[in-house]
Design a protein around this ligand. Structure first.
Ligand SMILES: CC(C)(COP(=O)(O)OP(=O)(O)OC[C@H]1O[C@@H](n2cnc3c(N)ncnc32)[C@H](O)[C@@H]1OP(=O)(O)O)[C@@H](O)C(=O)NCCC(=O)NCCS
Length: 295
C-alpha cells in the first residue's frame, strides 16, 4: 500500500486506487528524453509510487497511444482543437514529455469501461494526458495539452482533481522551473492552471493563435501553493506580494483583452491573475488583474 497524503483527501479515487497501486502516474516518453533525476527539484510527497513507464516508439505501446487519442479527441473535438496524430508525434513524443494517470485494466470501474470502448492489450489504460515541451529559453517549458477522462464521465463517476494532479505530477517529475501555457479566456482549465505558482499574463490577446481570445500564461512553479487547489485556503503569500492593478479582464469582452495586451507591450507589467479569484468566480465573470506591490 502507498501512503497518499491527507491533503489530497478530496481526490478520493487517489486515496483508494493510488494507495492500492491500481492507479499510477504514467510517463510516455522516448528513452532519450527520460528525466535523469525525476522529482528532485521540488519537495513533494504526493506521488510515492513508481510511475508506469512506456516507450511511445515501441509498437507494443500503440494501443496506449490510441487510448490517449481517444480521450483527447473527445475532450477537444467539440472546440475543434483535437490534436492531429502528427502533432502528437512531432510536437510531443519526439521533443517533449507526455504524462498523466493510468489505471490497471482489471480495476477499471464500469463507467470508465463504457466510455473507453476500446480494449487494451497492455496492463494499463490512460485516464488523462498532459504534454510539456522544453523551449529554447533556459528552464522554460510549454504546456501543450491537458485533458482528463472526467470531461467524458457522468458527474458522480468523476475523479476529482485528475486533471490538476496530472499536470502536478508531470511538473514535479520533470523538475520544471518555469512553465508557459495557452488557454482560452473562460476555459475551465484556468481554474487548474492558476494553482501551480503565481500566474503571469504573458499575452492577454493572441491573434497569431487560431483563437485570438487566448491567454498565454507563465508560471514559476512553486509547490507551496499547490495544496490550495484542494483546501481553498487563501493564498497569503500571493496577497503579500501582489496587489490589485485597478482593472479587470473580462472573458466576454475582447476589448478588455486588447487593452491589457497593449499595457503588457508598453512594459507597464508584469500582470498576474489570482487563483483564489478565479476559483471563486464563474467562468464568464470578469477577473481582477494583479501586479507586484511597490516595495
Ligand atoms: C479542463 C480539464 C483538463 C479539467 O480536468 P478535470 O480532471 O475535469 O478537473 P479537476 O478535477 O482536476 O479540477 C476540478 C476543478 O476544475 C473545475 N472544472 C473542471 N472542468 C470544468 C468545467 N467544464 N466547467 C467548470 N469548471 C470545471 C471544477 O469545477 C473543479 O473546481 P471546483 O473544485 O472549484 O469545483 C478537463 O475538463 C478536460 O479534459 N477538458 C477538455 C479539454 C480542455 O479544455 N483542456 C484544457 C485546455 S487548456
Amino acid at each position: 500500500m502507498y501512503k497518499i497524503p491527507k491533503i489530497l483527501q478530496k481526490a478520493d479515487w487517489y486515496q483508494k486506487w493510488g494507495a492500492s497501486g491500481d492507479i499510477r502516474p504514467y510517463v510516455f516518453v522516448r528513452p532519450d528524453n527520460r528525466i535523469g533525476q525525476p522529482g528532485t527539484r521540488h519537495r513533494l510527497n504526493w506521488f510515492p509510487m513508481d510511475p508506469v513507464i512506456y516507450n511511445p516508439l515501441d509498437l507494443e505501446t500503440l494501443n496506449f497511444a490510441e487510448q490517449i487519442y481517444f480521450i483527447e479527441e473527445r475532450a477537444f473535438g467539440p472546440s475543434n482543437m483535437a490534436m492531429p496524430r502528427w502533432v502528437f508525434y512531432d510536437c510531443a513524443v519526439i521533443p517533449g514529455f507526455v504524462g498523466g494517470f493510468a489505471m490497471r485494466n482489471s480495476a477499471l470501474p464500469e463507467a470508465v469501461r463504457q466510455v473507453m470502448t476500446r480494449t487494451t492489450e497492455l496492463e494499463w489504460t490512460p485516464l488523462s494526458l498532459f504534454i510539456i515541451i522544453p523551449t529554447m529559453a533556459k528552464g522554460q517549458w510549454v504546456a501543450h495539452n491537458l485533458c482528463a477522462i472526467n470531461s467524458l464521465l457522468p458527474e458522480q463517476e468523476r475523479f476529482y482533481g485528475l486533471g490538476f494532479l496530472s499536470k502536478a505530477f508531470s511538473l514535479w517529475y520533470a523538475n520544471v522551473e518555469s512553465c508557459l501555457g495557452m488557454t482560452q479566456w473562460g476555459n475551465p482549465a484556468l481554474k487548474l492552471h492558476s494553482h501551480y505558482g503565481p500566474m503571469e499574463i504573458f499575452t492577454a490577446y493572441t491573434p497569431v493563435h487560431s483563437h485570438a481570445k487566448t491567454i498565454t500564461y507563465r508560471v514559476d512553479v512553486d509547490t507551496h501553493c499547490w495544496e490550495q487547489f484542494f483546501t481553498r485556503e487563501p493564498d497569503l503569500a500571493f496577497l503579500e506580494k501582489y496587489g490589485p492593478a485597478g482593472f479587470q479582464i473580462d472573458p466576454k469582452d475582447e476589448q478588455s483583452m486588447i487593452s491589457l495586451q497593449k499595457k503588457i507591450e508598453s512594459g507597464s507589467g508584469p500582470y498576474y491573475l489570482s487563483s483564489a479569484d478565479i476559483a471563486s468566480k464563474k467562468l464568464t465573470e470578469a477577473l481582477d488583474v494583479y501586479r507586484l506591490k511597490e516595495s
